[in-house]
Design a protein around this ligand. Structure first.
Ligand SMILES: [Zn+2]
Length: 838
């Protein structure tokens, strides 16, 4: 880090001159000595701001060294204790219980007024009640807040390592550049935005560094439940980390939200905005203009310092609004990420042009790759330097244009309010009476966590979201069906996510302007209390209630679609039901005692957990915990050791490729205890389990594992198709329930949306025994939201099967029934299988 070394050099130089001044003290007069003494004290105080290496024993970015979160926090506590330019603020606890702190860095007089500046940011962000003239004045006078963070993806290690030096430099250096930043801006530095992950990865690397497994992949998810999906939870806010980040962001309303990542398209050294198309039309264009300007400014700043290889517009689009480092654009915070190059952890690597893709071996200059990287060593220190300089470019730009950028934040909010006063949708109306009303209430709660205003109308009895609010673009983005433009490049993430479809919530779009009388009759809603929906099998919340009743030794019976509870204290039952937004239905103890009332037994559930850490497994585990299903994690050794039928009734295999399930990590690439998969032995144990009466459930591509390994009379109708014949990388498709009487589909709506993400579709052969649970429509395209090439390949094909095998069965789901904790409408495809009705 050249500029940092220079900065440290100047600190050393200052210490040298202090010694000379001290020597000269003796020969000076008393008055001069006093003046010098004051100067000395000030200088000494400065010199005492501890450098990272004085505390950690390493420079952040050193080869083979990674600081844990505890190291980072320890350093920032010392930094904050040494200077009033740093204020630490506690934001909450991480999922694994780490105390989570962030640092605000600015001149002391700015920090003293932090609450005032936050208040100004919030007023401008809301726009309402602020005139044009006031906005101009506030924009001129305020000190805007700039969010910079140490990246959510913990395996991208420079993210959280580089923030340590950044924190020191912003607080301690006296260069004109940094003085100006401290004067004009308040830096909200999340030195780690994934504290658990930083420590998990650093400890894993420390354990392996110097061994043959130095660069071995991590065998667990670095954020509990979600791993690499931790940046994809931006609107759903399932994880408490996402909720804390959103809460803090709504409070500070930063002008810029900048997240570091580390997977640049090779051989680029850093990937910067402008991003690839397509882009949502629900963002204010000013946000996109500033994004592109910032990206180009970073590239220019890096080239100016001889840091080559900036790249734009390849690979990464920001079509999906769920990125937590993108969603802020809908709230008019200029939000973006950059991707710096990474080898593995803190291990350096040498590249030659021969390693490059052939199209880039000639090192040709391109418009958006104007300074091609020529190869050579790539170290963690290089990645830290690129990130550090990118931060500085963002801070310099924000400092220079702070007034214009701040005003634009106000302008975008004002424009949004005005837009939806003039054009539809004018509001969304969500009836309180729903197939699954508690899930509809959950959708309302999610929107409130996102800062969206929800109202209640008396007639009809509905929730109403008027669109004349500052962040209405986000509501439209989440509620409308996505129409993905013609495929110009591979979509980076999913193409359709329409949240009401996924959650199975009925929403009406109001396409005529709201009458004044109706608008005035609305009252603001702060929570969902008071909702009490029938205790039946349509409501997902009923499954949580059933599990709670069973855990309290109560009894439960299914009476048709209704649920009756017996053998439980009434007050206890009422508490369980009301916490779940439920009320006892018409089914009674008497009904339950009759023949129609089917007593429910919780089946013993095992969830397969591979050492090839699976995000799909993590989401499944999280959902089972949320709905209070008891279950056991099954590792390879647990399955291979057999006797599965004695201990389990149901085993779930989340979405994984067949080879991953069977082979796992290759031996020699990871410490031995994590090597290998189920192998032939484990697969045979699973066959024995189902033969003896067990149920196996396979999600998405794990279904192909089951078809092949159990030799099921089922074909994948999509096998071998080229992308021009069929392509669907994450869209909402409609399926129709075929066998409505089958208890496995109880409570599902007759037609529903499922998340199809590169999965299979099933053709049953003549000797197939079992049930087709759900099918894609035969006469029309199943596409509801997103992109689908070759719909005819899916039409009429089975989407969900229950195949008989021995005394047991295998439930094949050719989609993601629990996608990112969003597809609530499809959860019952596996929830139902967790009860026996005998
Ligand atoms: Zn990343």
């Amino acid at each position: 880090m050249k500029s940092l070394a220079n900065a440290r050099g100047s600190v050393g130089g200052r210490r040298g001159s202090l010694r000379r001044w001290r020597d000269s003290l003796r020969s000076r007069d008393r008055q001069g000595a006093v003046a010098l003494l004051f100067f000395l004290l000030a200088a000494t105080a400065f010199a005492q701001i501890p450098t990272p290496e004085s505390v950690l024993g390493h420079k952040p970015g050193d080869d083979f060294y990674l600081a844990t979160y505890e190291d980072s926090l320890g350093y920032f506590q010392k930094l904050a204790a040494a200077t009033n330019r740093v204020k630490l603020v506690h934001v909450g606890k991480s999922t694994q219980g780490r105390e989570w702190w962030i640092a605000f860095i600015s001149d002391p007089q700015n920090l003293a007024q932090l609450d005032h500046y936050k208040d100004v940011s919030r007023r401008l962000a809301q726009a309402r009640g602020v005139s044009e003239e006031q906005a101009r004045t506030l924009a001129r006078e305020t000190r805007p807040i700039i969010h910079i963070d140490g990246g959510l993806h913990a395996s991208e290690v420079a993210n959280h390592q580089h923030t340590i030096q950044l924190g020191y430099d912003l607080a301690a250096l006296e260069t004109p550049e940094i003085q100006t930043i401290r004067q004009n801006l308040i830096v909200e530095l999340w030195f780690s935005i994934n504290p658990d992950g930083q420590s998990i990865v650093a400890n894993w690397y420390r354990q392996n560094v110097g061994s043959p497994y130095e660069v071995a992949p991590l065998p667990v998810l670095y954020q509990e439940y979600v791993g690499h999906d931790n940046n994809r939870d931006g609107y759903m806010l399932n994880m408490l980390e996402s909720r804390e980040i959103t809460k803090a962001t709504l409070e500070t309303q930063p002008l810029v939200f900048y997240t570091q990542h580390q997977s640049a398209p090779f051989p680029g050294r850093i990937y910067l905005p402008p991003f690839a198309d397509p882009i949502s039309g629900n963002m204010h264009p000013l946000m996109l203009r500033w994004l592109s300007l910032i990206g180009m400014t970073i590239a220019q700043h890096l080239d100016d310092r001889g840091l080559t290889g900036s790249m734009h517009q390849e690979t990464f689009d920001v079509w999906y609004p769920g990125y937590i480092d993108n969603i802020g654009n809908f709230r008019h915070t200029i939000s973006f990420f950059t991707e710096t190059a990474l080898y593995r952890y803190a291990t350096p690597h040498f590249y030659t042009v021969d390693d490059f893709p052939s199209s880039r071996q000639a090192l040709g200059t391109e418009m958006l790759y104007s300074s091609p990287w020529k190869g050579g060593w790539w170290r963690l220190a290089d990645a830290c330097r690129y990130m550090y300089e990118a931060d500085m470019a963002v801070l310099n730009l924000s400092s220079k244009y702070r007034e214009q950028m701040t005003y634009n934040k106000y302008r975008a909010a004002r424009d949004t309010i005005e837009r939806f006063q003039k054009e539809p949708p004018f509001a969304y109306e969500i009836p309180r009476e729903q197939h699954d009303a508690p899930t509809a209430a959950m959708l309302m709660e999610k929107l409130m966590l996102n800062g969206i205003e929800i109202h209640q109308s008396a007639k009809p009895d509905s929730w109403v979201i008027p669109m004349d609010q500052p962040w209405a673009g986000l509501v439209k983005e989440l509620f409308e069906p996505q129409v993905y433009p013609a495929l110009s490049q591979r979509p980076y993430d999913v193409t359709g996510w329409t949240v009401p479809y996924q959650m199975g919530v009925e929403v009406h779009t109001m396409t005529t302007p709201l009458s004044k009388a109706f608008r005035d009759s609305l009252r603001n809603v702060k929570d969902m209390s008071g909702l009490a929906s029938p205790f039946n099998r349509a409501a997902n919340a009923s499954f949580r209630a059933v599990n709670e009743i069973l855990a309290a030794n109560g009894k439960v019976a299914f009476v048709g679609d209704e649920i009756a509870a017996t053998d439980i204290d009434k007050s206890k039952l009422d508490a369980i039901l009301s916490e779940n937004h439920l009320r006892a239905g018409s089914a009674t103890t008497k009904d339950a005692a009759k023949e129609s009332g089917k007593p429910v037994k919780a089946r013993r559930v095992g969830l397969y957990r591979s050492w090839v850490a699976s995000i799909d497994e993590g989401w499944t585990r999280w959902i089972l915990e949320q709905f209070k299903f008891p279950f056991t994690n099954l590792y390879n050794a647990d399955i291979v050791s057999g006797h599965l039928r004695e201990h389990y009734d149901v085993i779930v295999i989340p979405d994984m490729a067949e080879r991953q399930i069977i082979d796992g990590h290759r031996r020699g690439t990871i410490p031995e205890q994590y090597a290998g998969g189920l192998g032939d032995e484990g697969v045979q144990e699973l066959r024995d389990f189902v033969t003896a009466g067990g149920t196996l459930i396979t999600f998405n591509n794990a279904s192909l594992f089951a078809i092949n390994q159990f030799k099921l009379p089922v074909d994948n109708a999509l096998a071998g198709l080229r992308p021009d014949q069929f392509f669907c990388s994450g869209s909402l498709l409609t399926v129709h329930i075929e066998d409505a009487k089958n208890p496995l589909v109880a409570g599902l709506t007759p037609d529903l949306a499922v998340m199809f993400e590169r999965g299979p579709a099933f053709d049953t052969k003549t000797d197939f025994k079992g049930a087709v649970l759900a099918r894609y429509p035969k006469e029309r395209s199943p596409l509801m939201s997103g992109y689908l090439a070759g719909p005819d390949r899916l039409q009429g094909k089975a989407a969900a099967l229950a195949a008989e095998y021995g005394k047991g069965r295998i439930i094949l789901l050719g989609f993601k029934p629990q996608w990112r904790g969003q597809s609530h409408g499809a959860y019952k495809f596996f929830f139902n299988a967790f009860y026996s009705l005998e």
